[in-house]
Design a protein around this ligand. Structure first.
Ligand SMILES: *Cc1c(COP(=O)(O)O)cnc(C)c1O
Length: 392
């Protein structure tokens, strides 16, 4: 658990782990090279499976090794792989671990791209997915079949910010001998470290908080040595590798994760409290509000909180669009986790292809707005929200 930085040295790991001081450089230099000189040692590494040998940048690179080691250190994982995007990480993991005839249990309010992968792509390969309720671990257990291999969850659901009871899922996965895979993008390893709670693999869209500056697209999977070794050839075959320069920016971003997160989190909670009392707001989704149905689980799973915020404005989607169109500082764009505040309506962006009845069942009602709260001055963000609410 990340609750005591002094014990687990989170900040020190974020700053120092993985960084390659080549030629005495303080930062890992950018190795913008597709391939590496073959030596005796590298031929031997190739013959042994190639995973930890510098050969060719689709397999690994100096910069991907550095960023991978940093993510493993802060997630408490033995090993990991980096990808060109979060979706490359998710698709490679699921297609790599599931075969024709296998089954996976997930939830309808997972990330929209993941939902699309599970509904449109996996069934084409004979892989079956059943959707259950991430707030009810027992519903996942009830969906388990003889051919189930994976339980797939997200720490915080997108965009309704429901918190998964990770230890309860881990207990079920263990009892049924299944893999528990979690997408920890929304929460970050600063807020929660799922491997210590029993998850087998942790996935990130590093595009978000880990990169932290809305300047890269990337993904990561971390976990135990054997599982990651089994995924390495899948990454090589599917080919979704990251570019060295993006890995460099990712490594740089992670170095300040612990410095950025407390500001994201305190800004987000302060805004959630003010919105709760605003007459133009129907409801606020924020797991750190004491009245939220997820409050107790959040205290257990991610007590430090979140930089995300969601709420429903009165007046439906039309009012919500007017609201976001009137914002001046908060930028109307999809994505999250950067230093700047971003806003979107899920119905016409991230969840556009999720059928309306599925959206509403997941709590994405008309007027629903999702915000990624940045690290600007909280009073400036509030003033912007208040003036835009006044316009609807
Ligand atoms: C953005 C996101 C993804 C997809 O990542 P990309 O880097 O955009 O491919 C997956 N899961 C979650 C929770 C995300 O927020």
């Amino acid at each position: 658990m990340a609750s005591d930085d002094t014990d687990n040295q989170f900040a020190t790991k974020a700053v120092h782990s993985g960084t390659k001081h080549i030629e005495g450089a303080v930062n890992t230099p950018i190795f913008q090279s597709s391939t590496y000189k073959l030596t005796e040692e590298r031929y031997a590494g190739w013959a042994a499976g190639a995973q930890h040998t510098l050969l060719y940048s689709r397999l690994s690179s100096v910069n991907s090794d550095a960023a991978t080691e940093k993510i493993c250190a802060i997630e408490g994982a033995e090993d990991g792989l980096l990808f060109a995007s979060g979706m490359a990480a998710i698709s490679t993991t699921l297609l790599g671990l599931l075969s024709h005839g296998d089954h996976c249990v997930s939830a309808p309010d997972v990330y929209g791209g993941t939902y699309g992968l599970m509904t449109d792509e996996l069934p084409r390969f004979g892989i079956e997915v059943t959707f259950a309720d991430m707030t009810e671990p027992s519903s996942y257990e009830a969906a388990i079949q003889d051919n189930t291999k994976i339980l797939y969850i997200e720490t915080l659901s997108n965009p309704t910010l429901k918190v998964a009871d990770i230890p309860a899922f881990a207990e079920i996965a263990k009892r049924h001998n299944l893999l528990l895979i979690i997408d920890n993008t929304f929460a970050t390893p600063w807020a929660t470290q799922p491997i210590a709670m029993g998850c087998d693999l942790v996935i990130h869209s590093t595009t978000k908080y880990l990169g932290g500056h809305s300047d890269i697209v990337g993904g990561a999977v971390v976990g135990g040595t054997d599982l990651i070794a089994s995924l390495f050839p899948k990454k090589v075959h599917f080919g979704g590798c990251p570019d060295p320069h993006a890995c460099y920016l990712l490594e740089r971003g992670i170095r300040t994760l612990h410095a950025r997160m407390p500001i994201h989190v305190s800004n987000s909670l302060e805004l959630a409290k003010r919105l709760e009392n605003h007459p133009s707001i129907d409801s606020v989704n924020h797991p750190m509000l004491e009245g939220n149905s997820q409050y107790q689980i959040a205290q257990k799973v991610m007590p430090r909180g979140t930089g995300m915020l969601a709420f429903t404005v009165n007046g439906g989607d039309e009012a919500a669009l007017k609201f976001i169109g009137s914002l001046e500082i908060i930028f109307e764009a999809t994505s999250l986790g950067g230093v700047e505040s971003l806003v979107e309506c899920p119905f016409n962006t991230s969840h556009m292809f999720v059928p309306e009845e599925v959206r509403i069942a997941a709590g994405i009602n008309p007027g629903f707005v999702r915000m990624s709260i940045g690290i600007e001055d909280v009073e400036d963000i509030w003033d912007d929200i208040a003036q835009a609410l006044a316009s609807i």
